[in-house]
Each structure stands twice: as C-alpha cells, then as structure tokens.
Design a binder for this molecule. Structure first.
Ligand code: ADP
Length: 312
C-alpha cells in the first residue's frame, strides 16, 4: 500500500493500446529513473483489476531474467487504476532500429546477438509455462548496456493447463501464426516461435516479411511466402474452425527460396529461420531446440552487447 509513496511520477512518455506510460523516479533517490505504466482499466471490470493487468503482473513478477523487462513494483492509484513500475529503458526498441535504414547499420553478427537475447527470453518464458503472445520488434526494448528486453506482457498467460480453451484473437496480425488465424483454441509455445521467426526475418530484410491488411490477407501471404497448409503438411489443419486457403495451392517453399531472400543470415541462419516458420505447430522448432542450433556457434560470432548498434 505504501509502494506508490516510493515513486514520483513525471512527464508522460507515451501512450499504448491499454496504458499510458510516464517517467518516474525513486523519491529517496531521484537519479533512479523508472517507467510507470498506468493501465487503462476497462469499465466492465470495476470491482477489481482488469484481468489483462493482473496477468501482466503475475507473469512479470515471477519472471526474472536479463532479457525480460523487470517489474519493480505494482500499486493501484486512487482512481482504481493499476500502476506498474518497470525498468526505465529509454533507448527505444528493435522496430526503431530496423526502420532507420539510413541511420542504423547492422549486420549478421548483430542480428545473431539480438536473436540470441530474444530466444533466451522466450525459452525462459516457456520453461516457466508462460506464453508471451505478442512478440514483435516494438515489444523488444533496448537497455543502456545493449541488452534487448522482452516487454509488454499484457497478453501473457500461463499455459500450465493445456486443455483450457484460449482466445485466438491474440498476437499482432503480422506476427500471428497460421494456427491462430485458423481459429485454434488449444495452442502452445509454438505461437511465440512463429513470431520469433518473423522478427528474425524482419531483422534480415528490414521490412515486415508478411504485412497483411486483414486476417484473410495474412493467410494469403503465409500461403505465398511459406506454402499452403493442407492435410499432408499439417494433419488436422482442415478441421480447424476457420480453415480456408486460397486457390490454387502453393507447394512448401524449399531451402533455395529462403537462401535467396535471407542469404545474408548464412546457411545455418536460414536453416534456423525455416524451422521457426514451419506451418504445423507440432513440427515447429521449440525455444529449447533453437538454443541448441548450430547457427549460434558458427561464424560470425554474435556481437557483444556493448558493441551493438544503437539508435542515432
Ligand atoms: P506500445 O507497446 O503500444 O508502444 P506501451 O504501453 O508498451 O505501448 O508503451 C507506450 C510507449 O511508452 C512506448 O512506445 C515507449 O515510448 C514508452 N515506454 C514503454 N515502456 C517503457 C519503458 N520501460 N521505459 C521507457 N519508455 C517506455
């Protein structure tokens, strides 16, 4: 209850879909900066805290890892709003670096370093039975020492109960895997792996790989870029509630196609990318398997975090 007395709220830093974010500092140590994220509580949840907000806290408080944003404190303000005190990470996010093609130059070793940090974050979430469910470059914040930190656990939830029906309307469309686009109600960590693969692809080509305008368009882009899901390459797919694919069907793209588009990641990098973008979630690589891939130890070695490019 005294938690809010420990922080002083400053100027507004930004506005997100379900929160306003303010700069803050410790009352007793004004040089210790924090970000205070004030969750907009939906009217329907007046008697308590918004379920999304509760989820964000639970998962964040339990997950302590160098590549996951740390939650320093939680308190509710007099207007019933929920305030999350987070590590202050003012150096922007991966999306800003990817987009600044003229100002920020980076190469294969840098991509390998960023992907290593993202993969370790997701491995840690999944080991702890947490799905992130909204991995995208804009949710990968950059710390002063170059460390990339996974943020925005608003949609995170535990998957400890595999039979619980889950909503398929999660994950920003461009990073959403085919099983969710087809309305699957039981899904796994594989949903995050697909998003990780698309972050990898985007780091290499510096533009979103599959930027659909609608869900139907997104499915069409997946069929074009990867291949058309069918009972041969994904047993059971045609039974999913919203399974529809465009005619004529496309065969699954081969290695040469990926080498042509993502060749700068090297053959091992392309191999790993292909395994993250397998249509059938049961065949898709897991975070643990990703960490065992030979790409990490092949040349070039990942850039040291202190030497990674930063926003100009
Ligand atoms: P979104 O993910 O839609 O950008 P957020 O609510 O996560 O929404 O954040 C809104 C803005 O607040 C961000 O774009 C960023 O500028 C700023 N912000 C969020 N978290 C932090 C943080 N930990 N440190 C510094 N700035 C932050």
């Amino acid at each position: 209850e005294d938690e809010k007395q420990k922080y002083i709220k400053g100027k507004k830093l930004g506005e997100g879909t379900y929160a306003n974010v303010y700069l803050g500092h410790l009352r007793d140590s004004p040089s210790t900066l924090v970000a205070i994220k004030k969750i907009k509580v939906q009217k329907e949840y007046t008697e308590g805290m918004a379920p999304d907000a509760i989820r964000e806290l639970k998962h964040l408080q339990e997950l302590s890892h160098p590549n996951i944003i740390s939650l320093l404190s939680v308190f509710s303000s007099k207007d019933q709003n929920l305030n999350l005190v987070l590590e202050f990470l003012p150096l922007g996010d991966l999306e800003m670096l990817i987009k600044d093609v003229d100002g920020v130059r980076y190469g294969a070793a840098d991509i390998k370093a960023w992907m290593g940090m993202l993969t370790r974050a997701i491995w840690f979430c999944h080991e702890n039975f947490v799905l992130h469910r909204d991995i995208k470059p804009n949710n990968l914040l950059i710390a002063a020492d170059g460390e990339v930190k996974l943020a925005d656990f608003g949609l995170a939830r535990s998957f400890s109960d595999p039979y619980r029906v889950m909503t398929s309307n999660v994950i920003t469309r461009w990073y959403r895997p085919p099983e969710l686009l087809f309305g699957a109600k039981h899904y796994s960590g594989a949903v995050d792996i697909w998003s990780v693969g698309l972050v990898f692809a985007e780091l290499v080509i510096r533009t979103p790989y599959m930027a659909g305008d609608t869900e139907v368009h997104q499915v069409n882009l997946i069929c074009q870029a990867i291949g058309t899901p069918n009972e041969d390459n994904w047993p059971g797919v045609s039974k999913l509630p919203e399974y529809t694919v465009p005619e004529p069907p496309n065969p699954i793209r081969g290695r040469d196609h990926y080498l042509g588009t993502f060749g700068t990641a090297g053959p091992e990098g392309v191999d790993l990318l292909m395994k993250t973008l397998i249509l059938d979630p049961r065949k898709r690589i897991t975070a643990r398997e990703m960490l065992e891939h030979k790409w990490w130890s092949s040349d070039p070695k990942p850039t040291r975090k202190e030497e990674l490019p930063k926003k100009s």
